[in-house]
Design a protein around this ligand. Structure first.
Ligand code: SAH
Ligand code: SF4
Length: 441
């Protein structure tokens, strides 16, 4: 069958879709050139906010109207359960986020409608990758046990589970042999790797470099794989910013100097209500630790505006924390109550217009902050992996530095290949982009 996968949501979903693509190709199906050309369309859904869920369900509805074989996978399926067929009576199949390995069998059997919410994941499914490319996502941690008050992720993605280190190392080794240079390790809270369940077989034995904590040990093992030039990971929690983590940043040049460290709020009162398990000061101490090690270290974040009871004073605390942390980039989300979460029981009392206003204020702050953070980099030479021609300006190429900053440069006199490492001298700063010229390969 010719298939197409339409993905909503986070990088975790992007990765799951890629695995499904690889599994379907292995089963003899063919990737279509687009939706119109496909017999089977799968929508991978998100449910972290209500709007995200509506988009995915709406998309599946439109596809059903176009009389395709339509499957829905991902987080919204797990949240709705059997109700998904009330919303979409003609949907062919629905598969939860930890059951996508069943999709090839479901399609082969063709007995519709079918619902699979299961929690079991076959290891081979997690390791399935599409051929080609120099970048790959690798899932190291499934689920989440943190239960932040607002968050539906633990309900839909299940309990936290660290994949065995030997599986992750084997997967990255196989990717490296196929030409992958950059891996991004994925999990809701990757620094909790090996905390809930042991990831290393002989967890007491010290690693070659004397690392004791499971995640820095994993970085050490992955940095030893020939061909792996960059290791990224996301998301992180400040409790995981340990001395060993900083030592791994220092010792392994492959480990990129960027951490996505969602803060959610700068108000201690709101942080406590959210159940984030850190204070403003503890969070800022984690950021300081990273910047003491390297002042150019890039820290990015997620923030929620309009959490129940968030006052103007709480919001101002968030603004000032963001300035103190000097975030290189930030993603702002307007609070959306999710069924079954603790905060859904509280009145959603910040009016929509006020959430919108706070969102805009934080975006404007970030523009200024991004500009001044980036201006400090003018005159430096960044080591960049070239990604491809810039989307906006012809004759320019675009790539990213170790801090995940987008770097753009003139390419007419020095052609590049995707995946090639180049050195770019920065001439101009923008809030989200650095512009420069090639200073060598
Ligand atoms: N595991 C990650 C976050 C996963 S969800 C972490 O805790 O670091 C991605 C982001 O969506 C969160 O960081 C949060 O900012 C946002 N988010 C989660 N639930 C939300 C809700 N109910 N309303 C608005 N934003 C939400
Ligand atoms: Fe959600 Fe908190 Fe888990 Fe992140 S850590 S997925 S915000 S419950």
């Amino acid at each position: 069958m010719k298939f197409h996968i339409h993905t909503y949501g986070c990088q975790m979903n992007v990765r799951d879709s890629e695995a499904v693509e690889a599994l379907l190709v292995a089963a003899g199906h063919v990737k279509a050139s687009g939706e119109a050309d496909a017999d089977l369309v799968i929508v991978n859904s998100c449910t972290v906010r209500q709007k995200a869920e509506e988009k995915a369900v709406g998309k599946a509805g439109n596809l059903i109207a176009a009389k395709k074989t339509v499957g829905l996978m991902g987080c919204a399926v797990k949240r709705m359960g059997a109700d998904v067929f009330k919303r979409l009576p003609k949907l062919d199949f629905a598969v939860g986020p930890r059951a996508f390995g069943l999709i090839p069998r479901i399609v082969a059997e063709g007995r519709y409608p079918r619902l699979e919410l299961g929690e079991d994941m076959v290891p081979e499914c997690l390791a399935a990758h599409v051929e080609g490319g120099w970048q790959a996502f690798v899932t190291i941690l499934l689920g989440c046990d943190n239960r932040c008050s607002y968050c539906i992720v633990p309900d839909v993605r299940g309990h936290e589970y660290s994949r065995p280190a030997r599986e992750v190392v084997a997967e990255v080794g196989a990717l490296a042999r196929r030409g992958v240079k950059e891996v991004c390790l994925l999990g809701q809270s990757v620094l909790r790797y090996g905390v809930r369940n042991a990831a290393w077989d002989e967890s007491d034995a010290p690693s070659p470099g004397g690392y004791k904590e499971a995640f820095p040990r994993l970085l050490e093992a992955l940095a030893a794989i020939p061909g792996i030039e960059r290791i990224r990971f996301t998301s992180a929690h400040p409790k995981g910013c340990t001395d060993e983590l900083v030592r791994a940043y220092r010792e392994f040049p492959q480990v990129c100097r960027h951490l996505h460290l969602p803060v959610q709020s700068g108000s201690d009162r709101v942080l406590a209500e959210m159940g984030r398990r850190y204070t403003r000061e503890e969070y800022l101490a984690a950021v300081r630790k990273l910047r003491d090690f390297d002042p150019e270290f890039a820290v990015t974040t997620d923030v929620i505006v309009g959490y129940p009871g968030e006052t103007e004073a709480d919001f101002e605390e968030t603004r000032s924390l963001m300035d103190e942390a000097g975030f290189d980039n930030s993603f702002v989300f307007k609070y959306s109550p999710r069924p079954g979460t603790r905060s859904a029981a509280l009145p959603d009392d910040v009016p929509t217009e006020e959430k919108e206003r706070r969102d805009q204020v934080l975006l404007a702050d970030q523009e200024r902050r991004g500009q001044s953070r980036n201006e400090a980099l003018v005159g430096t030479v960044r080591e960049v992996i070239a990604e491809g021609p810039s989307k906006r300006v012809a004759d320019r190429w675009s790539g990213r530095d170790s801090g995940n900053r987008i770097v753009v440069w003139e390419s007419s006199d020095a052609p590049c290949r995707a995946g090639e490492k180049v050195r770019v001298e920065i001439l101009e700063a923008h809030p989200q982009v650095l512009v420069g010229r090639m200073a060598g390969k």
